[in-house]
Design a protein around this ligand. Structure first.
Ligand code: ATP
Ligand code: MG
Length: 143
């Protein structure tokens, strides 16, 4: 079993698609290990997407990700990073395969419903960005 960091982005939360997306992910065998509804500050969105700083779409991306609440999730299953990326489909919904989350729920390449980590290393970094280790352990530890 391993983990990935997913975010249901502000467009999908605003359009009341969170439940449908969670149901889709649970049908795919992902277990929700942690979840939080958060409104990112500009500094947080800039830091989360630091790797894209300098790209033409970066200001719009930061603007969009701070435009309303989003729902970060820690998802677990075998081959979590690769399987999740297959389930969400291509970044641009126009290029996403039939039945993928972005094909079903995304509006555009910018407003594309969900985020997913792109490697195990980045999954660890991104999970830590939203969920402190002691909080994660406490969720599923002894009551
Ligand atoms: P994510 O990291 O959100 O899971 P991704 O890995 O498929 O998506 P990245 O290349 O990491 O895509 O880009 C991060 C995000 O930036 C994309 O999800 C999208 O919202 C936005 N983005 C990327 N390229 C463009 C573009 N050319 N025009 C508009 N938005 C873009
Ligand atoms: Mg990415």
């Amino acid at each position: 079993m391993n983990r990935t960091l997913a975010i249901i982005k502000p467009d999908a939360v605003e359009n009341h698609r969170s439940g449908a997306i969670l149901a889709h992910l649970e049908r795919e065998g992902f277990v929700v290990r942690a979840a939080r509804l958060v409104r990112l500050s500009r500094a947080e969105a800039e830091a989360f997407y630091e790797v894209h700083r300098g790209r033409a779409f970066y200001p719009d991306l930061v603007e969009f990700m701070t435009s309303g609440p989003c729902l970060p999730l820690v998802l677990e299953r075998d081959n979590a990073v690769a399987h999740y990326r297959a389930v969400i489909g291509a970044t641009d919904p126009a290029e996403a395969a039939e039945g993928t989350i972005r094909k079903l729920f995304a509006e555009s390449k910018g407003r594309n419903a969900v985020h997913g980590s792109d490697s195990d290393e980045n999954a660890t970094r991104e999970i830590g960005f939203f969920f402190p280790e002691h909080e994660l352990a406490g969720l599923w530890g002894q009551a």
